[in-house]
Design a protein around this ligand. Structure first.
Ligand code: T46
Length: 286
C-alpha cells in the first residue's frame, strides 16, 4: 500500500468562498487533541526530519504548497500537499520531511495527542533500528537475543537461548528451536516444526508444515550421544509438508523434498526427491 493516504474533507463553499469542515471521528479518524500551523516557512529551509511513535496526524496546506517526503524504513515516497481540503495522513513510525515550502504556505496539522517531545524519534538511525527490529509475538517464548532484523516469531513458538536466527525469517506458530541451531536469512519455518540441536538451515530455505527433523539415529530415553549428528539444509532448499529428515544428512542447494518424503541419505543440489525411502525423481531446471 502506498505511504500516501489522503483524507478529503467536504468543501461546503459557494460563490462567497470556500468552507471546509473537519469533525472528530466523522471525517477525522481520531480524537482531535491539538492543531498547529506552520507559516512564513523559508522555501530553502526544510523541516520535520523525525517520526512519531504513537501520534496520528493529518496535514493540510490550506494555502500554498509544500513537498512531503514519507519514509517507512523500507520505501520512500514524495508528494506535494497543495489543496486546502485534502489532508495527508502521517501515521506513527513514518519518517517525514517537509521541503520546498511556497512563500505563502500555511500548513495546518491536526494531531491525535498533545505535544510530547518523548513521542519524537529525531535520529534516522534510531528510527531504522526501531522499524526493522524483529517482531516477537507476546505469546512466543523467545530466550535468544540473536534474532535478525525484520524477522517474525509467532504464537506458541519456543526459541532457546543460544539459537541464532537470521534476518527476515518467518517462524510460524507452534514451533520449537533448540540451542545448537543456526538459521540463515529469509528462512520460512511453517507450523508444527521442531528444529533440534545440530541442525543448520542456510539462507532462503523453506520448511513446510510438520516437517520432522531428527538428530539421533538410535535414540534411547535418557541416553545421550556425545554429540548429536549434524544436519545441514543448504541455501534455497524447500522441504514439503510432513517430510521426515533422518539425522546427519545434507540437503543440497535448491533441492525440493516432496511432501511426506522420508529422506534417509544426502540429497544432491537441485534434486527433486519423493517417497519413502526418498529417491531422486528429477532435477530442478533453472
Ligand atoms: C510534525 C511536523 C509535520 C511544541 O511545543 N508544541 C507543538 O505542538 C509543536 C508541533 C511543536 N512544539 C515545539 C517543539 C519545537 O521546540 O516547537 C518547536 C518546533 O517543532 P519541530 O522542530 O518539531 O517542528 P517541525 O516543523 O520540524 O515539525 C512539526 C511538528 O513538530 C511535528 O510533530 O510532524 O511539523
Amino acid at each position: 500500500m502506498s505511504l500516501i493516504q489522503w483524507i478529503e474533507l467536504p468543501n461546503l463553499g459557494d460563490q462567497r468562498g470556500g468552507l471546509v469542515v473537519a469533525e472528530t471521528c466523522k471525517n477525522i479518524p481520531f480524537d482531535l487533541k491539538r492543531l498547529y500551523y506552520i507559516f512564513d516557512a523559508k522555501p530553502e529551509v526544510p523541516r520535520g526530519f523525525h517520526a512519531h511513535k504513537e501520534l496520528h496526524q493529518i496535514a493540510f496546506c490550506i494555502k500554498g504548497k509544500c513537498k512531503m517526503l514519507m519514509d517507512n524504513g523500507f520505501v520512500k515516497e514524495e508528494v506535494w500537499i497543495d489543496q486546502p481540503n485534502k489532508g495527508l495522513q502521517i501515521p506513527p513510525m513514518i519518517w517525514h520531511e517537509m521541503h520546498d515550502f511556497s512563500e505563502d504556505c500555511v500548513l495546518l496539522v491536526l494531531a491525535s495527542e498533545h505535544y510530547d517531545e518523548n513521542d519524537y524519534i529525531r535520529d534516522y538511525q534510531e528510527f531504522l533500528k526501531e522499524v526493522h527490529k524483529p517482531f516477537i509475538h507476546p505469546l512466543a517464548d523467545v530466550q535468544s537475543s540473536q534474532i535478525g532484523e525484520d524477522s517474525h516469531v509467532w504464537q506458541y513458538s519456543v526459541i532457546l537461548a543460544k539459537a541464532k536466527i537470521g534476518k527476515n525469517c518467518n517462524i510460524c506458530a507452534h514451533t520449537l528451536i533448540e540451542n545448537d541451531v543456526v538459521l540463515g536469512n529469509n528462512v520460512t519455518v511453517k507450523s508444527g516444526v521442531f528444529i533440534w540441536d545440530g541442525i543448520t538451515v542456510q539462507d532462503n530455505v523453506f520448511i513446510g508444515p510438520n516437517v520432522t527433523f531428527t538428530n539421533d539415529k538410535h535414540p534411547r530415553s535418557k541416553q545421550y550421544p556425545e554429540e548429536f549428528l549434524r544436519t545441514i539444509i543448504e541455501k534455497g532448499a524447500s522441504i514439503g509438508a510432513n517430510a521426515t529428515i533422518l539425522p546427519g544428512i545434507k540437503i543440497g542447494q535448491k533441492s525440493m523434498i516432496g511432501a511426506g518424503a522420508v529422506v534417509t541419505k544426502d540429497v544432491p543440489p537441485k534434486a527433486i526427491v519423493i517417497g519413502n525411502p526418498a529417491f531422486i525423481k528429477g532435477f530442478i531446471k533453472e
